[in-house]
Design a protein around this ligand. Structure first.
Ligand code: AMP
Ligand code: ZN
Length: 112
């Protein structure tokens, strides 16, 4: 499958890693929108949030554990934003589930 994040997960495409274990990879976004901008992905290919099921959802809670750990490690004690863009209207450009962990500045709401 021609999926850029699968290739990052298996090392075919290099990335600046922030965290890795058997099921999850966190790496720095190429076009950061905040002082800290990390993408957290399951190593397993799930195309979007819309494809999360009872069978594959465990990795999502693990991703949020990793986000909390990275938030502490990276000194984001004032807070951060976790974003998932799902599908066309959500603005998803890479069709492999990923959560943006962004911090180091004040964000506004509603976004976009
Ligand atoms: P989204 O618009 O939510 O699908 O986000 C995709 C994100 O992936 C964007 O923020 C891109 O900057 C980022 N991105 C695309 N290719 C790479 C890459 N090779 N390494 C790191 N980040 C990437
Ligand atoms: Zn993939």
């Amino acid at each position: 499958m021609d999926c850029i994040f699968c290739k990052i997960a298996n090392g075919e495409i290099p990335s600046k890693k922030a965290y890795e274990d058997d099921t999850v990879l966190a790496f720095y976004d190429l076009e950061p929108q905040a002082p800290v901008h990390i993408l957290i992905i399951p190593k397993e290919h799930i195309s979007s949030c819309a494809e999360i099921t009872t069978e594959n959802s465990a990795v999502v809670s693990h991703i949020f554990e990793v986000a909390a750990k990275l938030g502490k490690e990276l000194g984001l004690e004032k807070g951060y934003r976790i974003v998932n863009n799902c599908g066309e209207h959500g603005g998803q450009t890479v069709k492999h589930l990923h959560f943006h962990l962004m911090g180091g500045r004040q964000f506004t709401w509603p976004a976009g």
